[in-house]
Design a protein around this ligand. Structure first.
Ligand code: FAD
Length: 338
């Protein structure tokens, strides 16, 4: 690890405007510093602010909910407001990482986590535009089984790793940022940037800006599902995942939100799938059409082409569950008309 300046912030005002990186749970940042991938000259430790109500509380905010940036993944998943109103977020948090990491890791750090692409994390690979702009992308011609099929560019096909961000995008979450020039709010789906020709610029976060909170509007539906498929049953990132929110009235879809994980270069909201759902009968046929719509612009390579049919099945299953037509094991629910 390289030398760096270290300071502990005692207040939000202390932290705002500081150069370099903020240290929250440290579960991603410290790893990447040890690997020499992240090289901050300054580290501002914001863990003392966990005692500060603003940054760690989860409270009602108008008719929605505000989650302080330093609330832990565990605290958020277990909070009654989240469990009752945002079940897909709770599920997404509980299938991420391990209990120990969830206890340490903060919500602000979670949405800021960087890709698990091996070409990015391992300096033995010389080509990674995300780590060293202009060096190339090793994954496109190399190993790309786990890489993105949506939102990639000729510079980068690395996936976004956060499960929670997928559910947060489905719920229409906003990121509240405080910088030297004051506070601003950005929709999470706009906060994460597509790689284009600048894959090293991943977020709309200005130097010195601190994420103070995430805000969630009133959910469009009571029912919400997060379904995650991975190479092993626990402690693993998604190959493909789907957050599905459905409001079904008289057998028809009244409102829908669909977001995907493990397949996009950012948490991937699918307006195409949502348009294919709204106004249609809540049936498997409709959900299959929504899956086709979601994947119509998929751009797979040879090793990750399996993600297209896999993701179609993940979307259909998530929607079937969200509609109450099948249970978590995929069995038809009697009388639900599946
Ligand atoms: C073995 C392992 C398995 C994992 N599995 C999963 C998984 O399955 N699913 C999943 O979603 N995640 C997984 N994770 C990732 C984990 O969720 C993240 O490491 C964690 O959420 C990061 O939170 P943190 O508070 O520790 O962030 P830190 O490591 O402290 O910071 C991460 C980044 O966020 C920035 N940051 C943090 N807080 C703020 C703030 N308030 N304002 C501005 N910038 C900020 C930091 O400067 C840094 O750049 C896994 C991690 C590990 C180590």
């Amino acid at each position: 690890m390289r030398p760096f300046q270290y300071a502990r912030a005692q207040s939000v005002a202390d932290a705002v405007g500081q150069p370099g990186k903020f240290l929250a749970g440290g579960t991603t940042l410290v790893d990447l510093m040890k690997l020499d991938v992240e090289r901050p000259s300054h580290l501002t430790d914001i863990t003392p602010l966990r005692e500060n109500g603003e940054l760690s509380q989860i409270v009602e905010d108008g008719e929605g909910v505000r989650i302080g940036a330093l609330a832990s993944m565990s605290q958020t998943a277990e909070h009654a407001l989240i469990a009752e109103r945002y079940p897909a977020l709770r599920e997404a948090l509980l299938v991420g990482a391990s209990q120990q990491i969830r206890n340490m890791a903060s919500m602000g750090g979670n949405i800021m986590q960087r890709t698990r692409c091996p070409y990015f994390r391992d300096l033995a690979f010389k080509e990674c535009n995300k780590r060293d702009p202009g060096s190339g992308c090793g994954a496109i011609e190399g190993h790309h089984r786990k890489m993105a099929i949506l939102g990639g560019s000729e510079s980068c096909i690395a996936t976004h790793a956060s499960d929670a961000s997928v559910a947060l995008v489905a719920y229409g979450a906003n990121v509240v940022l405080r910088g030297p020039d004051g506070e601003r709010t950005v929709k999470l789906e706009d906060f994460n940037l597509l790689p284009g020709e600048t894959p090293h610029i991943e977020h709309d976060l200005k130097e010195g800006e601190l994420i103070v909170a995430l805000t969630l509007p009133v959910p469009i539906a009571q029912r919400g599902v997060y379904l995650k498929v991975r190479d092993r049953e626990s402690y693993e990132f998604a190959l493909s995942s789907c957050a599905a929110l459905l409001d079904v009235q008289d057998g028809k879809v009244n409102a829908a939100r669909v977001a995907l994980g493990g397949v996009g270069t950012k948490p991937w909201r699918s307006p195409e799938a949502e348009a294919a759902l709204v106004g249609q009968p809540a049936t498997r046929e409709t959900f299959e059409a929504a899956a086709r719509a979601a994947l119509q612009h998929a751009h797979p390579l040879s090793q990750n082409a399996f993600k297209v049919p896999l993701t179609a099945r993940v979307i259909v299953r998530a929607l079937m569950q969200a509609a109450g037509l099948v249970d978590e094991a995929g069995n038809s629910i009697e009388g639900a008309g599946a």
